[in-house]
Design a protein around this ligand. Structure first.
Ligand SMILES: O=P(O)(O)OC[C@H]1O[C@H](O)[C@H](O)[C@@H](O)[C@@H]1O
Length: 532
């Protein structure tokens, strides 16, 4: 019997036990929570009991989560399909020491960080100018990992944004470039071309569009361009001088890269001090992840709850529900982090994955989602494990009553999912409204909530740069732990390649320069329609 078998056996034996019953033990809530430097992760509203937790922890032990994490932190090449180390953690631990291939990587990391700081300071103070004077706006052109992190964080940390306004262009759909540029003055705009490879077609196409737009007004557009990349030869041939190029190494994965130069637009918007706070939050989570025993380790327990729901309870999806409007882009950020990392059917060693791959991740901020898709979460036939997030305090003290209402809604949702409402209560409700007989029976059934639906809640003091750093690093390590347990390499993304190749081949077809003869009937029909 493997630990997986034991977990399934235990699940089967306890599947009918209501989660609510577990609360007969007074210590249930604190006992099934992880408390860490102001963060509280409560997973007590799940069906995980002590036996399940012991088995899950055993699973993390037997799959070697802790030694694998050490291998990551110490620069071993754990991204085996690309032969690379995985060291985004080095970007936020600037006093640390770590070597790759026998070379200390930290002097370069610190040097680039110092250059970022000084450039960000110059842009913010006005000593770096555009043709029309002080920079008022920064446009980050990038996609995927070169967009989602800073774009998500720029919204999350907007109360700290006292520098030039940050804008993001990612989509190859020219509508986005058009709409973003429409509000900007080219003479006071700084453009950051952010691409790890500096070959991504969307980014290079948008960079050309923006360069052309700027060139209509500004004498030397590239004088207002900076670049962030691992491909320094390509940034040079693009015409961006080395003083405004911020490099990083291939051991920083795209979706793990916001801590370094990819975060430049964020650093300019919120200032180097606040950016340092963000890094410190990430580093604090790293230190906890490295040192805490598995059962008291927040990323490990978040991952084990994920494994329990997805692989053991067969819930193919999870909803991330931040009760924090400024985390509106967090679900999109986590979609890339989680689904590009753990959406794989082949294990690290080339064999077929034995378990299901990572879940479908989605979500929206509360309370908006409540008025849209929570219906399905409460009464649909499928169970969707929910991950709530909420701060104790907002940034608007004069609107504290609204924050209280927000918090009440967040807690009410997890309570409703847990408790539900049975037929008897629904009938009493209908009877109080004066319904009788068959009509009462019929109406009451629609008002039953099955309850017993699992959720977790992550509470934090306030969405500061430090706390955002903690949260992002928490989720990064969660993805890592789930990947190790499933035997996946969480750091490659071969699954995005085929579509890119086919798009390149289809561009001339749509232009009418190549035939669609080798395409399937559907694609030929779509091409014919688009060609008009
Ligand atoms: O930063 P870039 O090299 O431009 O890559 C941007 C993005 O595109 C790729 O297709 C990958 O799916 C992402 O992981 C990556 O973040």
């Amino acid at each position: 019997m493997t630990v997986w078998d034991d977990l399934r056996k235990h699940r089967k034996a306890t599947a009918d036990r209501p989660i609510l019953e577990l609360f007969e033990n007074d210590n249930r809530a604190p006992g099934f929570s992880v408390d860490l430097a102001g963060l509280l992760f409560d997973y007590s509203k799940t069906s995980i009991d002590e036996t399940a937790r012991d088995l899950l922890v055993k699973l993390a032990e037997t799959t070697g989560v802790a030694p694998r994490a050490e291998a990551m932190f110490t620069g071993e090449k754990i991204n085996e399909t690309e032969g690379r180390a995985v060291l985004h953690t080095a970007l936020r631990n600037l006093d640390g020491a770590v070597s790759v291939d026998g070379r200390d990587v930290m002097p370069d990391v610190r040097a680039v960080y110092e250059r970022m700081r000084s450039f960000a300071t110059d842009v913010r103070s006005g000593s770096f100018k555009g043709q029309g004077g002080k920079i008022t706006d920064v446009v980050n052109i990038g996609i995927g990992g070169s967009d989602l992190g800073p774009a998500m964080a720029a919204i999350a940390l907007s109360p700290y944004a006292d520098g030039p306004r940050a804008h993001f262009i990612s989509n190859v759909d020219g509508a986005q470039a058009h709409d973003v540029l429409a509000g900007l003055n080219p003479e006071t705009t700084l453009v950051i071309v952010a691409s790890k490879t500096f070959t991504t077609i969307e980014t290079m196409t948008n960079a050309e569009t923006v360069r052309k737009w700027m060139g209509e007004t500004v004498r030397t557009p590239t004088a207002q361009f900076a670049a962030v990349s691992t491909a320094l030869d390509k940034t040079e041939s693009y015409g961006i001088p080395a003083t405004r190029v911020f490099g990083f190494e291939d051991w920083v994965g795209g979706r793990y890269s916001m801590w370094g130069p990819i975060g430049l637009s964020l650093m300019i918007a919120i200032g180097p001090e606040n950016f340092a706070g963000f890094l410190a939050g990430g580093a604090a989570m790293d230190a906890h992840f490295r040192a805490a025993p598995l059962a008291q380790n927040m990323p490990v327990m978040l991952a084990l709850v994920g494994i329990w729901h997805n692989q053991i309870c067969d819930c193919a999806t999870r909803a991330v529900l931040p009760y924090e409007q400024r985390l509106s882009r967090l679900p999109a950020y986590l979609q890339q982090l989680e689904m590009e990392s753990n959406g794989k059917r082949v294990a690290m060693d080339g064999s077929d994955l034995v378990e299901n791959s990572g879940p479908v991740v989605w979500g929206e901020p509360g309370t908006n989602g409540q008025h849209a898709f929570y219906q399905l979460i409460h009464q649909g036939t499928r169970v969707v494990p929910c991950e709530f997030m909420l701060g104790r305090e907002g940034h608007e003290p004069d609107l504290a009553h609204q924050h209280r209402l927000l918090a009440a809604n967040c807690l009410a949702q997890s309570e409703a999912l847990l408790r539900g409402r049975d037929l008897e209560a629904a009938r009493a409700l209908m009877a109080a409204k004066g319904l009788k007989g068959k009509e009462l029976d019929r109406q009451a059934r629609h008002r039953v909530f099955p309850g017993n639906r699992p959720s977790t809640t992550l509470l934090y003091p306030k969405l500061t740069p430090f706390v955002l750093g903690q949260i992002v690093a928490l989720y990064e390590h969660r993805v890592f732990v789930e990947g190790v347990i499933l035997g996946i390499n969480s750091f490659d993304q071969w699954g995005v390649e085929l579509g890119k190749e086919l798009a390149l081949a289809l561009d001339p077809v749509l232009k009418g320069e190549a035939a669609a003869d080798d395409k399937d009937g559907s694609t030929r029909q779509l091409v014919a329609y688009l060609r008009g």
